[in-house]
Ligand binder design. Sequence first.
Ligand code: ADP
Length: 146
Amino acid sequence: MKTAIFPGSFNPFTKGHYDIVSRALTIFDKVVIGIGYNPDKPKPDDLQQRIEQISAIYNNNERVEVEAYNDLTIDFAKRHDATAIVKGVRSVQDYEYERTQAEYNRLMSNGIETVILFADPQYASLSSSIVRTLKKFGKDVSDLLP
Ligand code: ADP
């Protein structure tokens, strides 16, 4: 069985994230969505809510799991016996960031590969931070969330 992890902050989980998970499921048997948070800061207040929001989306799908972690992504991947880390890339900025992450994750893990899926053009400008900003100012963001 081939498992991939999909790490991120998912604050919140958007249609762009949903699209990456759907496409990753065409390549891998299982996708573990990992909500990463900083071990040096207090646990985010809304972490449980984020886990529940995402779990509810995949309620009936045994091939998707959701879990929080606060250590290295490669150690999270190893705990799940994952063969790959899946990332979505929207832009050159994402690309540069993911390239360095992928290089070190492979070196430090003895070979866990990063699989990049390029964002669907309809979601290429969608980010969790845009959703948070719109929400803060009272806009309806339901079209942006799965
Ligand atoms: P964001 O970058 O929006 O704050 P995350 O840090 O939680 O979201 O992102 C987790 C992963 O999902 C990263 O690999 C990121 O590049 C990817 N991603 C985020 N938004 C999208 C999108 N709209 N389309 C494709 N991939 C995305």
